[in-house]
Ligand binder design. Structure first.
Ligand SMILES: [Mg+2]
Length: 164
């Protein structure tokens, strides 16, 4: 069987959901009586549709998951993870502004997982470049996270291991 990463890390904005939580939506968020998640103005908030399946797949493979976001809207981002019932998947959440190198150093410190055993999904090239320099296998997410991108990430990770 192909080697699996010991930690899968996800960006939030435009990776798990199609907006910037500090710009395009209006916290605080709540769950309305019909079960949908809405912001303060009643705007319906959604994840990319395959995100729960992606996280469930990683759980079934036994791969721990973490979040790394540079948003300034820390409370709103955490609230959305709770309202979408995703907290159970994320063993660690590093959510604060600044270079993602800091987020990954903290993840490494907390989990003991070497950078070479991590895979990272993010829509922004600057983060891919910064974190890639640490030796993390990085995947540039193009149209939001989905199962195909997950498979691509696991394959990229396995190939990097074979090349060591
Ligand atoms: Mg993003």
């Amino acid at each position: 069987m192909a080697p699996l990463p010991k930690l899968a890390v996800f960006d939030l904005d435009y990776t798990l959901w199609p907006f910037w939580v500090d710009t395009h939506v209006d916290p605080p968020f709540h769950k309305s009586s019909d079960g949908t998640v809405r912001d303060r103005r009643g705007q319906n908030i959604r994840l990319y549709p395959e995100v729960p399946e992606v996280l469930e797949r990683l759980r079934s493979l036994g791969v721990p998951v973490a979040a790394a976001s540079r948003t300034g809207e820390i409370e709103g981002a955490n609230q959305l993870l709770e309202l979408f019932d995703l907290v159970k998947y994320f063993g660690h959440r590093e959510i604060y502004p600044g270079s993602k190198v800091a987020h990954f150093e903290r993840l490494h410190h907390k989990t003991g997982v070497p950078f070479s055993q991590m895979v990272f999904f993010d829509d922004e090239e600057r983060n891919i470049i910064d974190v890639g320099k640490l030796g993390v296998s990085c995947i540039h997410v193009q149209n939001g996270m989905n199962l195909q991108t997950l498979t691509q990430g696991l394959e990229t990770f396995a190939k990097a291991q074979a090349g060591r």
